[in-house]
Design a protein around this ligand. Structure first.
Ligand SMILES: *[C@@H]1O[C@H](CO)[C@@H](O)[C@H](O)[C@H]1NC(C)=O
Ligand SMILES: *[C@@H]1O[C@H](CO)[C@@H](O)[C@H](O)[C@H]1NC(C)=O
Ligand SMILES: *[C@@H]1O[C@H](CO)[C@@H](O)[C@H](O)[C@H]1NC(C)=O
Ligand SMILES: *[C@@H]1O[C@H](CO)[C@@H](O)[C@H](O)[C@H]1NC(C)=O
Ligand SMILES: *[C@@H]1O[C@H](CO)[C@@H](O)[C@H](O)[C@H]1NC(C)=O
Ligand SMILES: *[C@@H]1O[C@H](CO)[C@@H](O)[C@H](O)[C@H]1NC(C)=O
Length: 669
């Protein structure tokens, strides 16, 4: 009996001890994470010398590392943590996405997205209060979709990548001096995150590794975290790479609940791996004397070589371009990347330029380089300004324009490379044996819709795409649809001598009012998007020239009138589809194809229809009401009222095109 009692007492004291230690979690990893037993997933590793490396030079990956035990967070809990991190981008001109300190109910994020989502959220749960996630992000890329302030900031994130509060990276060295820091400099930096559970106040402070904790925090926010966090929660780090790649490291970490964490001794932290360049500088002193001898001998040769080289890689840089520095690529780099613009690297060519695949020297980032010849210098300044502004567009359903380079009579545009090429290849069996299933197609349609909505309505200025069609939609490695070529059509006008004679767009996608007025609007984009939706569902081009001319929208409309609209779908879809969704897209395709611009929905509404947040308008009523829209019942009228007033010249919907924005990036071709 007594024994049992003692045992029970011992047990009790052990459990209370454990509880106490959990309740007041405290740990420090100052000379490596080898013993930390962190819970890791993705590509995170502990390097041989004890660094926590979240990501390495592999793209499209997410990584997490969490302290293994849960941490008790009640409504009175305070905590403080400090850690040292470093971000090494693959190249100084192309930042990675960044990393975050995270407190979360779980240690894994299987549904979270890579890239700008930092491995934390996805498009549907970003901003969802059910996430119960608190994070401090160290963001190295400006994402307008999340309202990022710049490409080098610290932000407090609550359940969302739209930071509640953010500030450019740096610290208050004293009351009068703010010292900027560059997150992606590769140099270790220290962070302090403190939460006062009684004042309900969060503060985040950044500093150089060799300074004491700055007195003034970079960010403070009044917020009761107990309303956000679950009890218990886990603490750790998250990071991801997309096409943009950086290595994210944590060198040391100290954490304490309800008290001051132990100080990190920065001299004891594991060292970052040496950069390749540094090795050279160690060897250099030995080699230098030898080298200088050779140099003299070679000088003569070099001068000749140099002159040739200068000519080969010469660029045009004007004073006004200086502000665009980061967007400007060196011709030499692009030349090397594309192996001298070799034919083998050619992805496609259109009426006004060729697109080459390239591998950027050093960073090993894959890009697509478009070479456009331009005649006049007139308007060049405005043209480049617009290119740079377009280059600031960031959306997961748009192909990013990374920058440009200018030579005599030649302009080079550098884009993200899309490994899976253009969508039309998959729709029209040019990739034998590969058919996109319904889920993929629906996701592509929704993605392109949201990209277009961003161009039309969400960005700071309205960008009309002018040439939406399957061959301008590129597929990234996860088969997300990304719209390429946006705004370029308009831009090209500035630099081209013959632009005014061009009608931009592609037959079959061009709104009727567009052929008359030649003024592209967001509504004419919606028309093209309608044709695009039908194209994706039916795997047929808007206009096909056979023995008889086939007009897709007319055919779908006919089936709809017979109550058989579902028959329009691509046979190859098999049986794995939702009738409701297929019908929705087909009907929406018809709705967007209305010949009267004012009756077409805007892209915001299209997105809502596609997400089934808003039901489609009562369709039959809409179609038969002549006053309401262009659909009159009647035989030939139908065709015209659908806006099918195409010239029946020898076009197959694409090739006798007048588009100047033809197949920029028809990757994979
Ligand atoms: C490490 O963590 C795992 C689970 O997170 C646990 O099973 C294991 O016992 C831990 N090892 C040590 C040495 O703490
Ligand atoms: C990155 O890490 C993963 C997983 O540890 C590894 O398979 C891959 O080879 C690494 N990539 C590079 C470029 O080091
Ligand atoms: C904390 O939560 C407990 C119950 O969960 C509640 O009784 C208490 O009043 C709360 N305290 C504060 C300060 O909100
Ligand atoms: C987003 O993540 C949430 C939470 O993990 C998950 O329930 C949801 O299905 C995900 N959505 C998508 C589109 O992946
Ligand atoms: C994030 O913020 C931006 C800018 O404030 C806003 O346009 C965007 O809709 C927000 N994102 C979400 C998912 O609500
Ligand atoms: C610090 O960065 C800001 C932009 O974030 C810039 O406007 C300012 O000029 C920089 N200050 C210094 C001293 O470099």
């Amino acid at each position: 009996m007594l024994v049992k009692l003692i045992m029970a007492l011992v047990l009790l004291s052990v459990t209370t001890m454990v509880q106490v230690s959990i309740a007041d979690t405290s740990f420090i990893f100052n000379n490596g994470f080898q013993s930390a037993n962190l819970t890791m997933n993705g590509i995170s590793v502990i390097t041989s010398n004890g660094l926590l490396q979240l990501t390495n030079e592999t793209g499209f990956q997410k990584s997490h590392a969490f302290y293994p035990n849960p941490v008790v967070f009640t409504n009175t809990t305070s905590f403080s943590t400090t850690f040292v991190f470093a971000i090494r981008p693959q190249s100084q001109t192309l930042n990675g996405h960044g990393m975050a300190f995270v407190i979360s109910p779980t240690k894994s994020f299987p549904n979270a997205l890579i890239g700008q989502y930092l491995g934390l959220f996805n498009m549907s749960n970003n901003r969802d209060p059910k996430n119960h996630v608190f994070a401090v992000e160290f963001d190295t890329l400006q994402n307008f979709e999340f309202g990022d302030i710049n490409g080098n900031h610290v932000g407090i994130d609550i359940n969302s990548l739209n930071s509640t509060k953010s500030a450019p990276a740096g610290y208050y060295a004293n009351r009068f001096h703010f010292q900027n820091l560059s997150l992606n400099s590769g140099v270790p930096m220290q962070v302090w995150v403190d939460y006062d559970g009684s004042k309900k106040q969060i503060s985040a402070t950044l500093g150089s590794i060799n300074v004491n904790k700055p007195e003034t925090p970079l960010l403070t926010l009044s917020q009761d975290l107990s309303e956000i966090l679950t009890n218990p929660s886990y603490v750790g780090f998250s990071s991801s790479n997309g096409e943009r790649i950086a290595s994210h490291y944590v060198l040391g970490w100290s954490f304490k609940v309800n008290g001051e964490p132990q100080k990190l001794d920065t001299s004891k932290l594991p060292k970052l791996p040496r950069l390749r360049g540094n090795e050279q500088s160690r060897i250099l002193p030995i080699v230098l004397p030898l080298l200088s001898l050779c140099a003299i001998a070679l000088a003569g040769l070099s001068i000749v070589h140099y002159i040739n080289w200068k000519k080969k890689f010469s660029e045009i840089v004007e004073v006004w371009e200086q502000e665009y520095g980061p967007h400007r690529f060196k011709y030499k780099d692009l030349y090397i990347a594309t192996k001298g613009f070799k034919e083998k690297e050619l992805l496609g060519s259109g009426g006004f330029g060729s697109v080459y695949k390239g591998l950027m020297p050093g960073s090993k980032i894959e890009v697509a380089v478009k070479k456009v010849s331009h005649g006049s210098r007139q308007g060049m300044r405005e043209f480049i300004a617009e290119i740079v502004s377009i280059g600031r567009l960031r959306h997961r359903n748009l192909v990013s324009l990374l920058g440009y380079c200018r030579r005599k009579g030649e302009l080079l545009l550098v884009y993200d490379f899309m490994p899976n090429g253009s969508l039309d290849k998959y729709l029209f069996n040019q990739k034998p044996g590969v058919t996109l299933n319904w889920m993929q197609r629906f996701r592509i349609i929704k993605g392109v819709a949201s990209g277009l909505c961003y161009l039309h309505q969400d960005w700071e200025q309205v960008v009309v795409h002018r040439d939406i069609k399957a061959s301008n939609v590129l597929l990234d490695s996860e088969f997300n649809g990304r719209l390429g070529d946006f705004g370029l059509a308009r831009l090209y006008d500035h630099g081209s001598d013959h632009a005014t004679t061009h009608v931009v767009g592609t037959m079959g996608y061009m709104a009727p009012e567009n052929t008359r007025t030649r003024r592209a609007t967001t509504k004419s984009d919606v028309f093209s998007f309608g044709a695009f939706m039908l194209e994706v569902v039916c795997s047929r081009r808007p206009i096909e020239q056979g023995r008889e001319e086939f007009i897709l929208v007319d055919w779908v409309y006919g089936l709809w009138k017979k109550g058989e609209i579902i028959e329009a779908k691509d046979e190859n879809l098999g049986t794995e589809y939702k009738t409701e969704e297929v019908e929705l897209v087909l009907k929406l395709g018809l709705l967007c194809s209305n010949s009267k611009a004012e009756h077409r929905p805007n892209m915001r509404l299209v997105v809502q229809y596609l997400n089934m947040e808003v039901p489609l308008p009562d369709f039959p009523a809409l179609m038969s009401s002549p006053s309401c829209c262009g659909f009159k019942c009647g035989s030939n009228q139908d065709l015209e009222n659908f806006g099918m007033s195409f010239p029946s010249s020898g076009t197959d919907g694409y090739h006798s095109r007048t588009s100047i924005a033809e197949s920029v990036l028809s990757g994979g071709r």
